[in-house]
Each structure stands twice: as C-alpha cells, then as structure tokens.
Design a protein around this ligand. Structure first.
Ligand code: MN
Length: 246
C-alpha cells in the first residue's frame, strides 16, 4: 500500500519578478515548511475565481492562509490609516471565500499572520488597522519594516487547554512578529488561544472545527530552529492526511 501524502494548498500573492513580469507566488519558506511537515504544497494563485473553490477543494486536503499585505478595511469597516499597505482586492475576495468554505466544510487549515486576520474578518470580526496608533501597546510587533524575520520579538502565552498548546507542547514561547495590525473585535466562532503579554491576540481556534488554527506570528520562519513550530506544520499535515484517507 502506498503512503498517502496529503496535498496542502498555500494561498499565493501577486508580485513582480524578473523583467517586471507579474507572478503568482508564495514565499519559499511556506513551501518548505509544508513539505517538511509531510505534505505536498500546492500554490493557489490569488486571482483564482471563487467559482473554482469547489474544484480546488476536491484536490486539497488542507490549507495554509499565508502572510502578506493588508486586507482592505472596506471589508470590515476598519479605520482608515496611512499605515495600510499592499492591499490586493482579488486576493481578499478569494481568501475570505476560501476561509468560509474551509470553516464550513471542516477542511484542516493554518492561518499565518495575515491569515489570522483573514479568518477573523471572514467570520465577521474586525481589526486594528494600525496597532501603534490605535492601541496603548508598547511592544514592538512590527518587525516587518526592518525585515527581522527570525528575531524573537516577544513572548506569547498560550491557553493550556487549547489544541495549539497541545501541538506546540507548551504554553509560553518567544515568537517573531512581522505585523502592524491585529484582531480587535473577535468573530463569534473563534476562541482566543494565545496573546502577547500586553494582550494582542496572537492565536485563535475555530470552535468545533477539526483543525482550524491561526497564529499572528510566522512559524514558517522559525520551524528550522524551533521544533515546536515544525510540530505545527506536522500536525496540519496529519490532520490533512486523516481527511485524505476518509
Ligand atoms: Mn506579534
């Protein structure tokens, strides 16, 4: 009998490549982390029409909602801010529909950075459109501006009873932090399972879902040095495999 290798879709972005050609792309770290977790990565172009989601779901066993630019604040009534950057409306539309479908259909998924924000918006929550100007938090969450992608920027405290704590094997971790936005009003179907010391939401789980987890940090930049973060990708692949074998 051949081993089932689950397929995990990774939401892509659009960017300019060589000769300024437009590309549909994902950062290689996501691809490597998914593969090392035990799954076959599949890039989902950001301009995929939402009508193709059912066909896509016939072909994937799990999903990573990857990091990227900001979600248009018009989609959740967010406060306008000069700090909002890199909005790609097509990507917003696709990812919100994909997330809603993954929640409804019990498709295992992991949201990362922008992904935790997409999940909250897709289920009716909203965001601080700029942490530094809209909260009193003194922690530095926005290491993106200095590209310190592997720097352990702050601590997260994880709910002991959560799936996330079970997977990571602990309740306190130092994590990287490459975001300037975060969850404000939490969507009804979500439960907060991780926070920074000053209270920024750093992890959520979908209540009653087989594997609906999202984090505000970037485990794909940590998994080579931190076994707990690699365990997150392995757990996603295992959940996807269980789905593939059903
Ligand atoms: Mn952070």
């Amino acid at each position: 009998m051949t081993q089932t290798i689950p397929t995990i879709g990774i939401t892509g972005t659009s960017c300019r490549g060589k000769h300024k050609l437009m590309m549909a792309a994902v950062a290689i770290r996501y691809v490597e982390a998914v593969r090392r977790g035990g799954a076959l990565p599949l890039v989902i172009p950001p301009d995929t029409p939402t009508e193709h989601i059912p066909a896509l779901f016939d072909r994937i066993d799990g999903l990573v909602l990857s990091g990227g630019g900001d979600i248009s604040p018009s989609l959740y009534g967010g406060e306008d801010s000069p700090a909002i950057h890199d909005v790609i409306p097509q990507r917003d539309t696709l990812e919100i529909a994909l997330t809603q479908a993954a929640v409804e259909r019990g498709l295992p998924f992991l949201g990362i950075c922008r992904g935790i924000q997409v999940l909250n918006v897709a289920l009716g929550g909203d965001l601080y459109t700029d942490i530094d100007t809209q909260t009193s938090v003194t922690e530095k969450h926005n290491r993106d501006s200095t590209n310190e992608r592997t720097l352990l920027a702050h601590k997260v405290e994880i709910l002991p009873s959560s799936r996330l704590a079970q997977i990571l094997g602990g309740t306190e971790f130092e994590v990287n932090s490459l975001h300037h936005q975060s969850i404000r009003k939490l969507a009804n179907r979500l439960k907060v399972v991780a926070r920074s010391p000053e209270g920024i939401v750093e992890g959520v789980e979908v209540i009653g879902h087989p594997f609906g987890i999202a984090v505000q940090w970037h485990p794909e930049w940590m998994e080579q040095d931190h076994p707990a973060m690699q365990a997150l990708f392995r757990a996603l692949a295992e959940a996807a495999k269980r789905k593939a074998e059903r």
